[in-house]
Design a protein around this ligand. Structure first.
Ligand SMILES: Nc1ncnc2c1ncn2[C@@H]1O[C@H](COP(=O)(O)OP(=O)(O)OP(=O)(O)O)[C@@H](O)[C@H]1O
Ligand SMILES: [Mg+2]
Length: 147
């Protein structure tokens, strides 16, 4: 059965690093509608930050491009987040998702972005094609707070 969407937003922005913090804040503001805990908000912000930073620094490594952030709130209090780029893509997704694997060790990257997204969110899916781009989809079910 399809989950009922209570609210949704799509934001597009150029791949400049200033938009990392913008995307974090936008996702936090959107998720705030679902009455999350401080910890849940902070985990969502961190996961979005990792995905958007990847799109900017890896996807559009040598050029500028458009990043799309797609946010949804489902009726079961799940927040859905997709981060999409049309950049370089990933040849071997399994290898890219291995903890500590990085193609940018010389830039002091630690290869932990996907591990962070995986640990803070309930679901993580990566779709990518070399030369075409990458879409990272994440979901997190928020616990209802005691009123
Ligand atoms: N959007 C993307 N486009 C192209 N390649 C990507 C993208 N996202 C991730 N990758 C590839 O997957 C690898 C692993 O990503 P991950 O975020 O786990 O580590 P990192 O970005 O290298 O380091 P860190 O996130 O710890 O700074 C990257 O080094 C890169 O090769
Ligand atoms: Mg990363």
């Amino acid at each position: 059965m399809k989950k009922e969407i209570l609210n949704e937003a799509r934001i597009q922005f150029p791949s400049c690093s200033a938009n990392e913090s913008f995307a974090r804040a936008a996702a936090a503001a959107f998720a705030a509608q679902a009455d999350p805990t401080v910890q849940e908000i902070s985990e969502i912000k961190t996961a979005v930050s990792e995905a958007v930073t990847n799109a900017i620094v890896h996807g559009y490594r040598d050029r500028m491009g458009t990043v799309e952030l797609h946010l949804r709130r489902y009726a079961d209090n799940t927040i859905y987040i997709a981060v999409k780029d049309k950049g370089s893509g990933i040849e071997n997704i399994e290898q890219a998702m291995t903890p500590l694997f990085t193609t940018a060790a010389d830039e002091e990257r630690s290869g932990l972005g996907f591990s962070v997204m995986e640990s803070f969110m309930d679901k993580l899916r990566v779709k990518s094609a070399a030369g075409k781009g990458t879409t990272v989809t994440m979901e997190k079910k928020l616990n209802r707070r005691e009123k």
